[in-house]
Design a protein around this ligand. Structure first.
Ligand SMILES: Cc1ncc(COP(=O)(O)O)c(C=O)c1O
Length: 463
């Protein structure tokens, strides 16, 4: 084992050094990669040699070859998609998760990681204002958390309708109607596809993408039978929140299960000044959020929360002779997520929350919102710039007039390399979309990024 430990020591020392070099470079390197995946394919797709290589030299090779193709996602000037950075304690914990190498499926096999994830889950329920006693599962991300919530929903509403899904499958089952705001995230459709539930019934939304309760009520009146309503806390473009209490009450009056996709928006619950956006959140039945977005833990870490443990465990629980099931009490980690074997991805959540404390989480989320609002304020002052959304959370959607001009400015901005923001299309217009999700972003990052936008506008307007 001593030899092995020496090999680990050498490989980890190199990884440690490369990781710090990478993190140190965030202040100065361009945000976007300088090589494409095709460029790098030639670097990595060398013929596989016959014999082994020294572990430390493999780590060196990886770091050297990958560097030009890495996007500076941990940078304070990265505002693309909805992507968080990584808090130091969460990163340290993530390294330990790899070193411990626990298959975090069963409480009796890996008591430490089960206890850590259990504690993280309890803290999350408390911080997010969700019912104590709900089951919390750690998934690869919001996509799979949506799948967990909707799979639980499917199981529940079909059982209520007298259908034994586990025994009889979906063929011949009563039709399950799924109602969802027209401006939902695409992963809701993806989860429904995995579940064989087909295309949902889209409900009209307002100009911020929020579901209109009267339209939901009208649509639900027209359809009988088992139903699921999927609400959104945090619209990808506007950051807006569905009117949860009202919509959930309509859904429940029809016997529907209510799932909430709060991939990043559920974190508004930690702030007294933002919590009102989630009024009624505790009345819903299942919730999705991501820790790798707003909480700033490393990828991949989603959170699937289900108010009825017996339902989610009946969907995902496995009992067979060679397993160590712990049927009493909190349930095994693998009862709550689709994966059987998995890394202990909830451990960095515990570390992130422990390092920030309650007030630290609140301050971080409120700072994201303040930065988004500062972006919006400064951008509104520039000629020919329209901020299209009410900036109430972390998202800002900007148009520079025509779609052509918006696209051109977005391209120039990304070429400039100081900042990264996503181009997208919302409400029938091309937009530049800013998502503030990184704990390291500071006012200098805002100034540098706003200057880069101003440069891109000037370059676009220069004949
Ligand atoms: C509202 C919403 N739902 C779901 C997702 C999918 O999340 P993930 O990529 O973690 O699976 C996202 C991603 O940005 C999102 O914004």
């Amino acid at each position: 084992m001593t030899d092995h430990v020496d090999e680990y020591r050498a490989a980890l020392a190199r990884a440690h050094e490369h990781a710090l070099e990478w993190l140190d470079s965030m202040d100065t390197r361009p945000v976007c990669p300088t090589a494409t995946a095709d460029d790098l394919a030639a670097e990595f797709a060398v013929p596989l040699q016959d014999g082994p290589l020294d572990a430390a030299s493999v780590v060196d090779e990886l770091a050297k070859k990958a560097e030009p193709g890495l996007m500076s996602m941990p940078s304070g000037r990265f505002f693309g998609w909805v992507i968080g950075g990584t808090l130091p304690a969460a990163m340290g914990a993530d390294w330990l998760v790899s070193a411990w190498d626990q298959n975090a499926a069963m409480r009796r096999a890996t008591p430490a990681t089960a206890a850590i994830e259990g504690a993280a889950g309890t803290w999350l329920l408390d911080l997010l204002g969700l019912p104590a006693g709900s089951d919390v599962g750690f998934t690869t991300g919001a996509t799979i958390s949506n799948f967990v919530g909707l799979a639980s929903a499917r199981q529940y509403v079909l059982t209520q309708a007298g259908w034994d899904l586990d025994n009889d499958g979906l063929t011949g089952a009563p039709k399950v109607s799924v109602f969802v705001g027209a401006d939902r995230h695409a992963t809701i459709d993806l989860a429904l596809k995995y579940l064989g539930l087909g295309v949902p019934i889209p409900i009209d939304v307002d100009d911020q993408g929020r579901i209109i309760p009267a339209a939901l009520a009208e649509a639900m009146e027209k359809v009988a039978g088992p139903a699921i309503v999927c609400l959104q806390a945090g619209n990808l473009h506007s950051g807006a929140f569905d009117p949860i209490r009202e919509a959930a009450a309509i859904a429940h009056a029809h016997g529907a299960w209510v799932h909430v996709d709060g991939a990043f928006g559920l974190w508004a619950a930690v702030s007294p000044s933002l919590r009102h956006h989630l009024d009624g959140i505790e009345t819903c039945d299942s919730w999705t959020t991501d820790a790798h977005k707003t909480l700033n833990v490393p990828y991949d870490c989603g959170v699937a929360i289900v108010s009825r443990p017996e339902v989610v465990r009946s969907v995902f629980g496995v009992h067979t002779s060679y397993l160590l099931n712990d049927d009493l009490g909190p349930g095994d980690p693998f009862d709550k997520v689709p994966e059987f074997s998995r890394r202990a991805r909830g451990v960095p959540v515990w570390a992130a929350l422990r390092s920030l404390g309650r007030s630290g989480v609140t301050t971080m989320v409120e700072r994201f919102v303040e930065h988004a609002q500062e972006f919006a304020r400064a951008l509104r002052e520039l000629p020919g710039v329209d901020v299209l959304n009410d900036v109430e959370f972390t998202q800002v959607c900007v148009s520079f007039g025509s779609d052509e001009r918006t696209k051109d400015i977005t391209e120039r901005l990304l070429e400039d390399g100081i900042t990264w923001m996503s181009g997208s299309r919302w409400s029938g217009r091309d937009v530049l979309r800013i998502s503030v999700s990184n704990w390291t972003t500071d006012t200098d990052d805002l100034t540098d990024s706003l200057n880069a936008i101003t440069r891109a506008i000037a370059a676009s307007d220069t004949p």
